[in-house]
Design a protein around this ligand. Structure first.
Ligand code: C5P
Length: 346
């Protein structure tokens, strides 16, 4: 049997899932803090952050893809560096590379909307509402990957929607609060952004999984293709930004207020993108949802500590329903070792 890829003896599958849970909560907190804590006049541009994210992720993936190229021995006759470059260019611009344009556009939309959502909702509220992507992911997995879901899993999905709804009730109650210094938050705007981001997340994730698992092409080559196709849609809002306020130079308009917190957000996002790709490869999008629901608990506790987030009965009820639904979704009644099944344990 082929060896299961592992790091420090921990299978990459679990390592990537656990790391993703931690990364998810960090991103929500940093993104919320970096946008909300600044006065509107000192906010940085999300469009620039999304573009930087794609450029960095693409460059890292390119280096890994280059390093992973295995040349057949006859190719070693010429200069090995040149043969590798040729091979990589051929792989990246393969006949089916256009397939990545679909998830690329969807992810750029999602990554921009995430900023709108994170800056208009409480960090923990955003985190819980964003769990609706489990619903859209399941829907698209059934449609596109022909996954079969048990009836308990459909019930779990319904519970999930109810749990997210309960949390939203409490978000409505604290609508338009003024957080920290100055940033006015709008619950409706935040909720619409998060709902749309859930749709694109489900479709893009499942589409990426389909492309990845239906071919032999290396994950890192696929990531490079994804980033390349992201550049154009990510540049569009950047052009708009410049066109609407062209008093300064290019660079200073784009990087206006782009300080340490902005770079921290981008770094955590880059890390998360690479992790997501690994999780989709070594497990799947549905297990990814399980990992990220863990991050609800982490961000919830951090929000209480950092942002004076009010612990209300409604919030706790909603969060518990979401966690219960996630457990139920992964619970397989036919097998006695249901917990280990839920975690995908062998
Ligand atoms: O919330 P969700 O899990 O759908 O978020 C996926 C994130 O991971 C997006 O920000 C997307 O840009 C990123 N991603 C990536 N490379 C992949 C798949 C997703 O950078 N191959």
């Amino acid at each position: 049997a082929p060896a299961i890829p592992s790091l420090w003896g921990i299978p990459l599958k679990y390592l990537s899932l656990i790391t993703l849970a931690v990364q998810n909560s960090m991103l929500t907190l940093i993104m919320h803090y970096s946008q909300v804590s600044a006065a509107p006049s000192r906010a940085y541009s999300p469009a620039t952050a999304v573009l930087m994210n794609e450029i960095l992720k693409g460059s890292i993936s390119l280096m890994i893809a280059f390093w992973r190229i295995e040349l057949p021995s006859p190719d070693m006759s010429g200069p090995p560096g040149l043969a590798r470059v040729k091979r990589l260019v051929g792989d990246v611009f393969s006949a089916d590379c256009w397939k990545l344009s679909i998830p690329a556009i969807l992810y750029v939309i999602q990554n921009n909307l995430q900023f709108v959502a994170a800056s208009n909702l409480q960090a923990a509220t955003f985190q819980v509402s964003y769990q609706m992507k489990i619903l859209t992911t399941a829907g698209f997995s059934v449609l596109l990957l022909r996954k079969k879901l048990a009836s308990t899993q459909w019930i779990a999905l319904l519970c999930l929607a109810i749990g997210v709804g309960i949390v939203q009730i409490q978000a409505g109650a604290i609508r338009d609060v003024k957080d920290a210094d100055a940033h006015a938050m709008s619950a409706l705007k935040g909720f619409l952004a998060v709902a749309t981001a859930c749709m694109t997340s489900g479709l893009a994730g499942v589409y990426f999984e389909m492309v990845l698992k239906n071919s032999q092409t290396d994950l890192w080559v696929r990531n490079v293709q994804l980033s390349l196709f992201s550049l154009l849609p990510a540049l569009a809002p950047v052009f708009y930004l410049y066109a609407s306020d062209p008093q300064e130079g290019w660079i200073s308009t784009l990087f206006h207020n782009f300080g340490g917190w902005a770079w921290a957000t981008v770094s955590v996002q880059v890390f998360g993108g690479l992790l997501t790709a690994l999780v989709i490869k070594y497990s799947d999008n549905i297990l990814k949802g399980f990992a990220t629901s863990l991050s609800i608990v982490i961000s919830f506790m951090a929000s209480v500590a950092l942002f004076d987030f009010q612990i209300t009965f409604t919030f706790i009820t909603g969060s518990l329903v979401v966690l219960l639904a996630t457990w139920l979704y992964n619970h397989q009644p036919k097998r006695t070792d249901s917990i280990s099944w839920a975690l995908g344990w062998p």
